[in-house]
Design a protein around this ligand. Sequence first.
Ligand code: ADP
Ligand code: MG
Length: 274
Amino acid sequence: MTRLEFDGVGIDIAATRIVSDVSLRIAPGEMVGLVGPNGSGKSTLLRSAYRVLRPAAGAVLIDAESVWDLSAREAARRRAIVTQHTVLGAEFSVEEVVAMGRTAHKGVLDRDGAQDRRTVEQALEDVHMGWAARRSFATLSGGEQQRVLVARALAQEAGLLILDEPTNHLDVRAQFEVLDLLRQLGLTTLTALHDLDHAVSYCDRVAVMAEGRLVAVGIPEDVLTPALVHRVFGVRAILDTHPITGRPRIAVASAGQPRATGKAIDDQVDPSPS
Ligand code: ADP
Ligand code: MG
């Protein structure tokens, strides 16, 4: 399985350093959540692994090879991407969208072969969207579209998945469906997440970005402490165990919101906003 490594990555946009000195290793099969306030550089960092933004410093390595030294085709075989705001015309059926994931495995003039069709079918089954194969992609709900985009990534048969806030705009159930699916796949996964509770309850490790730098990396419940959440996100937090799932849970509140009385949570909530 695939290993991903950011080694001292610095990224400039229009001569401004947007991401500085990020070093992060993601082990084969590990799921790492990238969290941080808006504008902290999460998407920019991910774009260096998509080969959209070439780092001005450092390197992004997939199985110890720089993604920028791979051909576009070879890169596409090793890592699949699910970005935000994927807009596809109404003319594409669901199975056509998923079949786009096969491009890196085919010659320019190849028609879809039987093997490709089976892979597409299987990918749609894996995300429980087989029933929609002939539907127009544009007519699906946001959650269904997101599952199809994950299926397209699966059809690529890459060992590494990189996702940018894949649960955005989904209702609560669809959010969990996407996250459950990512967990079940067991691929090496790096995903930006805007919901800290998703990061804490689904990820093996979290990486926290602030102002273009990595400020903490580790086991979610060790990293997303009330003090760190307050410092980085400017909100108060409690971290405890979810009574339904038994997994760690984080609840946040406005730093200015009055505190309920009579609850023994004061020791967890970061005291006074500084
Ligand atoms: P995040 O994904 O964490 O919200 P981004 O990586 O999108 O953050 O953005 C990080 C910073 O880079 C922001 O300050 C943003 O305004 C800036 N930025 C991103 N893309 C561009 C661009 N194309 N031109 C100028 N600034 C950009
Ligand atoms: Mg972003």
